[in-house]
Design a protein around this ligand. Structure first.
Ligand code: AMP
Ligand code: MN
Ligand code: MN
Ligand code: MN
Length: 294
């Protein structure tokens, strides 16, 4: 079995055009390789249809690879993201669950556009469409790109702050998968479930404790400690939570785009040495590079 060192430059969270990233799976694989990534997973939102392309591209580059996805979950009235790693991407129950989770995005997108029209931003649905790579995966991110391009806002975070978050004109509450369902789909398909970027949820300490406890009770195994959307202080906090809840630690940039993402593929701080990395439990699920034929 190849080495799964704790300080491996693993990047186990990023997005392609199959969800709301701007690069194709092959371009992401090349960027990961160029960025020094030593173990890579593509984790598109609610979708595994980019994984075959990612797997082949990683294999050609000699880049160790894991299957991945990021499932949208509703928990305590908040959207939480659960990353799945190392599952069988052909698992029928997982694929059916993801298809159900994707369902409703188009209706929601029309509602988002109607909300924006009420504040004078017309034609946002049609405006977002050119940014959508997968018709089943219309995301708020695609609306945000359209509004930046039209000059309504100067960057993506301004669009989310002014238009697309709770209480704002283009915000539409949506019911995603259940926490237990998402964890079970991943686990039953042979994978490992991870709480994505925990610092991004607006939970009280009690709600956060409930998320971690229930996630564990459902069979969840890991938490992202080092993330492109975590500060150094947040990484310390969630490193301590990983130890408290006996969770494995994950590491991922959450890269979406060369122009929008703060953290590039492979450009993350190391995991704190006190933690056990998720990849120690996933070594047998990794597609390792094949040796040259004799
Ligand atoms: P959706 O799944 O359609 O609700 O869209 C969620 C996506 O929006 C996330 O995966 C992020 O890529 C993006 N997003 C959420 N909040 C922000 C923000 N403040 N700035 C930029 N992108 C964001
Ligand atoms: Mn996203
Ligand atoms: Mn996320
Ligand atoms: Mn993500």
């Amino acid at each position: 079995m190849p080495c799964v060192h704790p300080l491996l430059n693993a990047d186990l969270h990023c997005h392609s055009t199959v969800s709301d990233g701007t690069l194709e799976p092959e371009a992401l694989a090349a960027r990961a390789k160029a960025g020094g990534v030593e173990l890579w997973a593509l984790t598109d939102h609610d979708e595994v249809s980019g994984l075959q392309r990612a797997r082949v591209a990683a294999s050609k580059l000699g880049l160790p690879w894991l299957s991945g996805c990021e499932i949208s979950v509703s928990f305590a009235g908040v959207t939480v993201h659960i990353v799945g790693l190392g599952f069988d991407a052909d698992d029928a129950a997982l694929r059916a669950g993801l298809a159900r989770t994707r369902g409703g995005r188009e209706v929601r997108a029309h509602e988002i556009a109607a909300g924006l029209a009420q504040v004078g931003i017309h034609g946002a649905f049609e405006g977002a469409l050119p940014y959508v790579g997968n018709p089943e995966l219309i995301s708020r991110t695609h609306f945000a790109r359209c509004l930046v391009e039209r000059g309504v806002c100067s960057d993506m975070s301004e669009v989310f702050r002014r238009y697309l978050t709770e209480g704002k004109p283009g915000y539409v509450p949506h019911r995603w998968a259940g926490l237990g369902d998402a964890v079970r789909w991943i686990t039953a398909a042979g994978g490992l479930a991870v709480i994505a970027h925990p610092a991004r949820y607006k939970f009280t300490p009690t709600e956060e404790y409930a998320l971690f406890s229930e996630f564990k009770a459902h069979g969840g195994r890991g938490v992202e400690v080092v993330s492109g959307s975590h500060s150094a202080t947040e990484a310390v906090k969630y490193g301590a939570m990983a130890l408290e809840f006996e969770l494995l630690a994950s590491r991922g940039s959450d890269f979406h785009s060369p122009t929008e993402s703060r953290t590039d593929l492979g450009a993350l701080p190391d995991l704190p040495g006190t933690l056990t990395p998720v990849w120690q439990a996933l070594a047998e699920r990794v597609q390792w590079p094949q040796p040259w034929p004799a």
